[in-house]
Every structure is written in structure tokens, then in C-alpha cells.
Write a protein that binds this ligand. Sequence first.
Ligand code: ZN
Ligand code: ZN
Length: 312
Amino acid sequence: MQITFWGVRGSYPVPGPATVRYGGQTSCVEVRAASGECVIVDAGTGLRALGQKLARETAGRPGHHHVLLSHVHWDHIQGLPFFEPAYIPGTHIHVYALLTAADELQEVIGGITRHEFFPVPLEMVPAQFEFIEVEPKNTLRIGGFKVLPIALNHPFGSVGFRFDADATSWAYVADTAPFTDVLHKQHFLSGLEELSADDRTALGTMKADLVTALKGVDTCVYDTHYLPEEYARFPHYGHSTPEHALELCAAAKVRRLVLYHHAPTHQDEQMDAIAERYKERGAKAGIEVVTSWEGMVLDIGPGTSAPEGPPP
Ligand SMILES: [Zn+2]
Ligand SMILES: [Zn+2]
């Protein structure tokens, strides 16, 4: 398998001179099997350029595309209306999302293309959209990919995915808060709420299930939006730090951790410092830590090595 990062930011896009090396587009990863089969994870603004590439590959002919959504926050769906294959008649686009959100998924995606917001409403888009509900622990088969959805701790819920194909595996864990201070639910938390005993049990179970799902994966891409001092100020926003990710990866004996969903405020110079700091921390824990950048192509599997940091 090979994965390509088309957007590595969280929250909102920040293209510009200060982010030109790590990139400014929001969450989107392309997954390829050796057979050439492709699955897309998340549809942030990075999806636009990926869509252009896919349309070039099929030379304008219709195809089937599979888009797995971790959840439907803006930074994970905003690229969908700009996905070029959607405008090729005869194209089929399968969109997978968490059960709770997928009930309303058609409405959500239809909502962002309402005529007030976007010139082409969903029902007028030439491609056929199919919305598929996913449930944590219910494995999906998409072509040669085995995909395991994993429950995560995020406002209104989100799912990570473990991918097995080509006799190797990797996981996408975004967006998620750690499993200690806050249990996110389907209502708005304006700050820290006292955790009940049931909440603590639920968090413990969710964390244990995540560790089980990650067991032995070659590579884990993780929401490391915050540095510890930032997390301390916003523990109820639903994101983790590299420390949290390292702890989970060590427990699951993951070979390589990829820092992902970077805070939009972290500009290139700071990203270089973060990359350096956590590469050293990871080395001490026996985990290779790679900081994702827009355009990074990563081969998955034992013995594969990551590219050096982003081009200067
Ligand atoms: Zn996000
Ligand atoms: Zn989110």
C-alpha cells in the first residue's frame, strides 16, 4: 500500500507563504493498493487537487470512487463539492460515514450544496452519490481493502479506520481527543464537565478498543493538532497531542507514527521544530515519528522508509 497526503491541516485551510512547505489544505489522504485500487479518506480541501488527478487518470471517463469520512466537520467535507469526478456523468461516488451522521449524511452533504451556498445542488450533480453507513467494529470490504472502523472521542463522534491490504496495514486516527479528561457526546460541551463513573468506563473501553484495533499496524496517522500547552487550554475541543499519540502507538506496538491534522496556526518554522522534537522523542520510545506534509507519499510495510521532510 501507498498513501499520499493531499491535505494535512485541521480546522480551516491556511495556504500562503508561511505554510508553503507543510501545506495549507485540510484533511485528505489517498490510499492505493499495489493493484492500483484507490480509497480516499476524508474530503477536506485537499480533495480538490486529488480529484483533478483522478479525472486526468480516467481521461474524463466515468469511474467508481470510494470516500470514507471520519466525521462531517467542515475540514473533512469541504472539498466534496469541488471533486472533479463528481461532474463526469456516469461516475459513482460511494461516501461512507459513521452511522449517527450517515442517517443525515445525504442531508448534510446536500446542505452544503444548497443554492444559497453553492451553484450546483447535489441532486443536479452528474455523478451518482451513494451514502453508506459505517459502524465501529463492522469491517467493510472495499475492493481488495479490508477496512475496520474504530470509534473515536470527538464532538458528535468520529471514526478512525484500519486498512489491511497487500499483506500490510496502516490506520487513520482523526479526529480524536485523548481518553482522559473529556468524554465527547452528541451535545455541545462549553467546557470541562465532571466525568461520571460511567464516563470513565466508556473512555477506558474506547481507548482499549483503539489499542486493540491498532495492534501491530505498520503505520498510524494520528490527530496531533495540539502541543501540550495548547491542549491544556482547549481540552474540550476534541484533539490530541503527539504525546497522546505516542502513548497509544507504544501500547499497540506500532512501528511508525505520522503526525497529522496540524493546527492552522503552526507555521513552517514551528512545524520544523515540532518534527525534530518528536522524531527524537519517538526514537527514544522505539517509534519512528514522521510529520506529514502536503504531497508526502508514504510506502506502507516493514522495511519501507519515509521521505525526508518537505522540500525546502
Ligand atoms: Zn478536523
Ligand atoms: Zn472534527
